[in-house]
Write a protein that binds this ligand. Structure first.
Ligand SMILES: [Fe+2]
Length: 260
């Protein structure tokens, strides 16, 4: 068995351009254009061992725990993304969308999404509060994934920022259906999966939809830039996570956190 404190990540962070943009995409109806991207995205996800329940139900207990710790860092730092979007937001309506999003993250009248994730982790004997303190499993590709979000947002115009935010929220509904199937394959009690169930139903994307449609009429390129970046970036993250959990199953691989 690999001791958690000794592992390192011998993972070459891959960032390939996997989502293809057709030359006529800017001439299409927005919904049709986004559908072409989402179809490619779903097909790429289906190819990954990470989202093959026949593979994941045979993961070892340590692989399931590894997924839980690393995945925390792939979602748990999203607040910085929201902070950047909210900070650049030009109007009250856009700012209120971000605040509503944060309020939903806090669970409104119920428990926060963060605490629901703690419940899931606890079912696998993982202490996320300890993970927050030590960041022991905040692996190199996860750090880069989060950093690249922030860098991209800062470097692009408002329409592109909003498109990236909308794309990220749009993928929640897609990703969490895959993630719910994945975590169901772990054989845990149903109530420990509430974090994933809640996210299959969130409607954050709808709040941004009206803005995206308005921008599409005058600046479609920015919309495609934002969606292309997020879809591609997300696919690369899933590929790296899938690879990491596979590598982790092989005891001969010794892994160390790479310095940033
Ligand atoms: Fe959430």
């Amino acid at each position: 068995m690999i001791l958690m404190e000794n592992y390192t990540v011998m993972l070459n962070y891959e960032n390939l351009d996997l989502i293809k943009i057709s030359p006529n995409i800017l001439d299409l109806d927005l919904n049709v254009a986004l559908e072409t991207l989402e179809t490619q995205y779903r097909e790429l996800l289906k190819e990954l061992p990470l989202f093959n329940v026949i593979v994941t139900k045979n993961w070892t207990f340590e692989q399931k725990r590894m997924f839980t710790k690393v995945f925390y860092h792939l979602r748990g730092h999203f607040y910085r993304f929201l902070w950047i979007i909210g900070s650049y937001a030009p109007g009250t309506t856009e700012k209120k969308i971000i605040l509503k999003n944060i309020f939903e993250e806090f669970g409104e009248t119920r428990r926060s999404h963060e605490l629901l994730y703690f419940d899931f982790a606890r079912a696998l004997q993982v202490d996320i509060e300890q993970e927050i303190i030590t960041e022991e499993n905040y692996v190199d590709f996860a750090r880069k994934f989060n950093k690249e979000h922030i860098d991209w947002l800062v470097e692009h115009n408002w329409n592109e920022k909003l498109a990236a935010f909308s794309a990220y929220e749009h993928l929640d509904n897609v990703d969490y259906n895959f993630l719910l199937a994945l975590t169901k394959s772990f054989g845990l009690e149903e109530e420990s999966l509430l974090f994933f169930k809640v996210h299959t139903k969130v409607e954050h994307y709808q709040a941004t939809e009206v803005f995206i449609h308005d921008i599409w009429g005058e600046d479609p390129r920015s919309i495609i830039n934002g969606f292309h970046f997020i879809y591609n970036h997300q696919i690369n993250m899933w590929k790296n996570l899938s690879k990491l959990i596979s590598i982790f199953s092989k005891n001969e691989v010794k892994v160390a956190k790479e310095p940033m």
